[in-house]
Design a protein around this ligand. Structure first.
Ligand code: PLP
Length: 388
């Protein structure tokens, strides 16, 4: 097989051809600044508002509740840092407290670290061995100054989907703002911010067939989240800066396509994922699947292979034309055990051998069969050569 087999869709996805096509006129033809008053700029303004409506509809929100950002990281930073500031403003400068989990993406974890430096409290909810938040621990962890609960919708390394419905209900009961980092979930599984009592939600276009460097933050009407980036009056004066018009148009198109295709794609990808996982678990000794079997993103198959290092295995698979990740793409390069695997109690001798396969639009069964053979070969060779 000479074609590259791309199995790292949790790291990023290819910009869909329809998306690239939709973006193009906004680079070369309709390049007007959306803030201008002449008709030429109006074209860009209309395109932005169309994308906003499409995205709002996809999560059952209102257009004025969707704010465009530069991606998941900015959305997460905005949600956390400004929710804490809002609490301080409403409580005479008293510092707030955040409830989150130890398996969040670093966009959340490092924002929390920063907030802790500034005197804010942060508690990390326990998760079970599959990465699901232990719901019966939540109420006991609430403090009198808790102002925000932030739990990811689905984990980027092990694919576990969190009990968002229940968490949303609990947050509502205690009148807390509920934020979810849905960067891995949005565009892949249905999300309903009303039914799930989600107050704020982060998403990123490049994880669902859109371009890189653009995302959004949903903020429920009534939550007076302060601006994070100050400047002009764009995004209702809540996120300043000339809009990334082509990026926003692309994200709108990607959102539309992802939701049109979701049902069929979920079924197709789950079938391929299950085939891959079944064969790896059956045909390779000393391997375990991480994450939850039931509450799991359909495109995620993550494993730990005993006696090898995931980094080296990923490099060897690359020589066979297969792109996979040895954990979170964002922390590739570090040799430390993944913080997610640590939090779910995976021992270091297993965690070192972590490999993540995340499937997407163009993968085929033939590619899965080829991948199984190559993974078998690489793992066997590494074990045999003591390359662990
Ligand atoms: N949150 C999660 C769960 C992610 O997986 C990622 C990226 O991998 C991010 C946030 C950051 O998103 P972005 O790459 O758009 O900054």
């Amino acid at each position: 097989m000479s074609k590259m087999i791309y199995l790292d869709h949790a790291a990023t996805t290819k910009t869909l051809p329809e998306v690239a096509e939709a973006m193009e006129p906004y680079q070369e033809i309709y390049y007007g600044n959306p803030s201008t008053i002449y008709e030429f700029g109006e074209k860009s303004r209309e395109a932005i508002e169309h994308a906003r409506s499409v995205i709002a509809r996809s999560i059952h929100a209102r257009p004025e509740e969707v704010f465009f950002t530069s991606g998941g990281t900015e959305s997460d930073n905005w949600a956390l840092k400004e929710a804490v500031l809002l609490h301080e403003r409403l409580h005479g400068g008293r510092k707030g407290h955040i409830l989150t989990t130890p398996i969040e993406h670093h966009a959340i974890l490092n924002s929390c670290k920063e907030l802790e430096q500034m005197g804010c409290g942060v508690s990390y909810l326990k998760v079970d061995e599959s990465g699901r938040v232990l719901l019966n621990e939540v109420e006991g962890a609430l403090l009198e100054n808790t102002c925000l609960v932030s739990v990811m919708y689905a984990n980027n390394e092990i694919g576990t989907v969190e009990p968002i419905d229940e968490l949303g209900r609990m947050a509502k009961k205690h009148r807390l703002i509920f934020h979810t980092d849905a960067v891995q979930a949005y565009g892949h599984i249905p999300i309903h911010v009303q039914r799930e009592n989600i107050d704020m939600l982060s998403a990123s276009a490049h994880k669902f067939g859109g371009p890189k460097g653009v995302g959004f933050l949903y903020i429920r009407n009534g939550i007076k989240l302060p601006a994070f980036i100050h400047g002009g009056g764009q995004e209702s004066s809540r996120r300043a800066g000339t809009e990334n018009v082509p990026g926003i148009v692309g994200m709108g198109k990607a959102a539309e396509l992802a939701h049109q295709r979701m049902q069929a794609e979920r079924r197709r990808i789950k079938y391929l994922r299950d085939y891959l996982a079944y064969r790896i678990l059956q045909e390779i000794p000393d391997v375990m699947m991480t994450g939850n079997r039931k509450y799991r993103l359909q495109n995620n198959a993550s494993f730990c292979f005993k006696g090898i290092t995931g980094e080296a295995a990923a490099i060897l698979l690359d020589t066979q034309g297969i792109c996979v990740s040895s954990g979170s793409a964002c922390s590739t390069g570090s040799i430390e055990d993944s913080h997610v695997l640590k939090a779910v109690g995976v021992k270091s001798e297993w965690a070192q051998g972590a490999l993540r396969f995340t499937l997407g639009a163009e993968n085929t069964k033939e590619e899965m069969a080829y991948t199984v053979e190559k993974v078998k070969m690489v793992v066997q060779d590494m074990r045999g050569n003591g390359l662990g």
